[in-house]
Design a protein around this ligand. Structure first.
Ligand code: ADP
Length: 277
């Protein structure tokens, strides 16, 4: 391996088969929820699949809460070979790393300039002991920020496929059907093209509302904008997920600790496919 491709990040991530980066042009469109649902769906591919979730939303980490790990006892351990992620399930098949686990007080805010964020992202990529992973799902902040540039700069050595790792990092875009979200998604797409980051496709989230009484889907925020955008820009349309009160209820119950995160795997996977995704 050439020296440029042999970095602490590429060495650490050599045991990760696939890296999927979740992007959205705007906040609040369901990017983090989609990252969690993607990780849970991948986990359900087989009983031995192992998945990592990396929360790079440094100023607004929400993944610990979404998987039911926003608990006083849930913290990252430092071992001689790196940080050990916090596992969602007892079988240690779904691990999570988030800055939320490193803050003394979960209510603390992170107010950092670019270089400090860059240092943290490099550490997250080079020092977490994931072990062998089939998928690493990376949740990023909304828009295209310093965090995205740091992430892609540190992942750069992995963009050269090797016989051991034929796949290179790729992204999934999340949008809602509303025009403002779609316009911002076009900007995210342009960002991926400038940085030669492959796009696996686009998900239209909050596409319609599932009536809790009859299950019928009504188009609260319009529908089909994501699919049209995908077609116009030559990317795959991966599907649409409606606003689903079952999903809201489950995520709320998990974040309050009423349901253990691992126990919702199947229910969330079912709720998230309630639409057409
Ligand atoms: P982002 O990461 O884009 O800021 P989140 O994933 O945090 O957005 O989602 C924002 C809120 O919307 C969360 O409370 C989440 O539970 C809710 N949400 C996301 N997608 C759906 C959906 N399909 N149905 C119902 N609620 C959803």
């Amino acid at each position: 391996m050439s020296e440029a491709l042999d970095t602490p990040v590429s060495r650490r991530l050599a045991s990760v088969k696939n890296i999927i980066i979740v992007l959205s042009g705007k906040g609040g469109v369901g990017k983090s929820s989609s990252a969690v649902q993607l990780a849970l769906s991948l986990l359900n591919l087989s009983p031995t699949t192992r998945v990592g979730l990396l929360d790079l939303d440094l100023t607004g980490p929400s993944l610990p809460r979404m998987v039911g790990l926003d608990l006083p006892g849930a913290s990252v351990h430092q071992s001689s070979s790196g940080w050990v992620p916090v596992y969602v399930d007892q079988g240690r098949r779904l691990g999570l790393m988030s800055i939320g686990f490193l803050l003394k007080d979960r209510g603390d805010s992170v107010v950092w300039r670019g270089p400090k964020k860059d240092g943290m992202i490099r550490q997250f990529l080079s020092e977490v002991r994931w072990g062998d992973l089939d998928y690493l799902v990376i949740d990023t902040p909304p828009g295209t920020s310093d965090e995205h540039i740091s992430l892609l700069t540190h992942l750069h050595p992995l963009f050269t496929p090797t016989p051991e790792r034929p796949t290179t990092p790729a992204s999934v875009l999340i949008t809602t059907p509303q025009t403002t979200a779609l316009n911002d998604t076009v900007k995210s797409l342009s960002f991926t093209r400038k940085l030669a980051l492959p796009v696996l496709g686009l998900v239209e989230n909050m596409a319609g509302y599932v009536c809790p009484c009859c299950g019928e889907i009504s188009d609260a925020f319009g529908r089909g904008g994501g699919e049209n955008m995908a077609q116009q820009n030559g990317i795959h349309f991966l599907g649409r997920v409606p606003i689903d009160t079952v999903l809201v209820g489950l995520l709320d119950a998990v974040s309050k600790g009423e349901v253990p995160g691992a126990a919702i795997n199947e229910e969330v996977a079912e709720a998230s496919t309630n639409g057409q995704a």
